[in-house]
Structures are given as C-alpha cells and as structure tokens.
Write a protein that binds this ligand. Structure first.
Ligand code: SAH
Length: 233
C-alpha cells in the first residue's frame, strides 16, 4: 500500500507511523509513503500557498492552483483516490478503514489555515474525511491516525488475525475488560471466571461485559447494529 502525502510539513512524516508495528511494516515494505511539499508549488518567491478568503472573514485559505500543481506532480497511476482531511468530512470508522485498506494507492491532503479552496476539492473529487468532532490545527496528525488505522489491517502487520477480529467496533461491541498478572493486586482480584479455564463461561462473561459497557457508554453502536441487521433482512 502506498500513500502520497501532500503537506506543508514533510518533516512530520513518517512521525508516529515510523515506530512500533507500522514502523516495522514500513521497513518490510508492506507499506510506503512519499511526501509532496505544498511549499514547492508556491506562487511567489515568498512561498505563498494561501490567500485571504473571498467574501471576507478570518484566516487564510489554501489556493486551488497551488494544490493542483502539487497533486499533478504525483504520477496519476500512483495517486489512487484523493482524501482531504477536514472536520466537515464523514467521520472515519473502522468499517471505512477496512474498505480503504484494500486500496493500493491513496493520496492524502493535509489542510492548514482555514482549509482548502472548494474548487480544488471539487476538481479532484476529493473524499472528505474527519477524524472526529474537534478542530486540529492541521491535517497532518489526521493523516497519521488514518495511516496507523489502515496499516495495522494489512496482512502480516498484526501477528494474530484473531486479535484484530475481536476488537472494539469489529464485533459491533466495545471490548470487554482485560486482565493480566498478577491475579491479585492491591486487594483487587481478577474475576474468578477468567481463572477457571472454562472457555464457554469465559466467552459468555466477556460477551455480557462487552454488551454492558456498550449499552452504558455507546448505546448508538447497539442501535446502529440492530439497524444494520434490520437492513440485511
Ligand atoms: N476552518 C475549518 C477548520 C480548519 S483546521 C473548519 O471550520 O472546518 C485546518 C486543517 O486541519 C483542515 O483543513 C484539516 O485538514 C485539518 N483538520 C482539522 N480538524 C480536523 C478533523 N477533525 N479531522 C480531519 N482533519 C482536520
């Protein structure tokens, strides 16, 4: 899988994606990335990539011609779909990550300032993606979160596929509580059933706990799941 990253801060990459699981996968060439520095396509010697918004208002907007020049410098056959990180986009979900992880190439546009001229978004039919309902100062962190989420789904990155299938959001439920050694710690004991070695009881307990936690914390997930089930009938 190859990511083209259009950014004003190429030095931020691979960043977090260069460490741990994703870092090893990068070394093994399971995934790769190339950065394109938006600044290289500035309209003047001062390095301008942005300008004031038509119609007035605060802040600066990335120019469409500058963004287009940066995107056009990426060979078309390695571009794949173009994703623009934006708080206005559809919120990234595990299901969307699974879909995107099937692509061979993706181009990631990291916004800055107030954002990107709408015409560039339209011209390149960018997919707008948000990582949550809050405002970052730039799309670079969003890109790293997106890459991390996708890379761990690629073959041979996480050793046991089981550990992927069992996770929060994959089952439609949040994860059950986890315990490890020591079995007794500061007067808090690991639930008896987990020490029993009785797999059926352990599975039942975990499913009950996962359901309880999901009901308490994210009832919307249960509703979404029953909506999905209804749809498939
Ligand atoms: N003026 C914009 C926010 C701009 S923040 C608005 O009100 O919607 C600057 C850049 O940070 C954006 O262009 C985007 O690329 C990135 N960004 C900020 N918050 C984000 C989020 N929740 N998800 C994805 N990208 C985000």
């Amino acid at each position: 899988m190859h990511f083209n990253i259009v950014t004003l801060f190429p030095e931020f990459f691979p960043g977090v994606n260069g460490g741990a699981l994703s870092g090893k996968a990068l070394e093994k060439n399971i995934w790769s990335f190339a950065t394109t520095n938006l600044r290289d396509f500035a309209v003047n010697d001062y390095g301008s990539v942005d300008d004031t918004p038509f119609g007035g208002g605060a802040g600066m907007v990335i120019r469409p011609d500058v963004m287009a020049a940066a995107i056009d410098s990426i060979p078309e056959k390695t571009r794949g779909r173009i994703i623009y990180f934006s708080p206005r986009g559809a919120k990234l979900t595990q299901q969307m990550a699974r879909e995107f992880s099937k692509e061979n190439n993706l181009t990631l546009i990291c916004g800055r300032y107030e954002g990107l001229d709408q015409r560039a978004i339209d011209e390149y039919e960018m997919i707008e993606l948000s990582i949550g309902d809050y405002i970052l100062s730039g799309g670079d962190l969003a890109a790293q979160i997106f890459i991390d989420t996708l890379v761990r789904l690629l073959d041979n990155v996480v050793s046991k596929t089981d550990s992927l299938n069992d996770e929060s959001f994959e089952t439609g439920l949040l994860e059950y509580p986890l315990f490890t050694k020591p079995a007794a710690w500061r007067g808090r004991n690991v639930p008896e059933v987990l020490l029993s070695g009785h797999h059926k009881n352990i599975d039942d307990w975990r499913r009950d706990q996962a359901t309880r936690i999901t009901k308490e914390r994210r009832p919307d997930l249960l509703n979404a799941d029953s909506a999905k089930a209804k749809k498939s009938v």
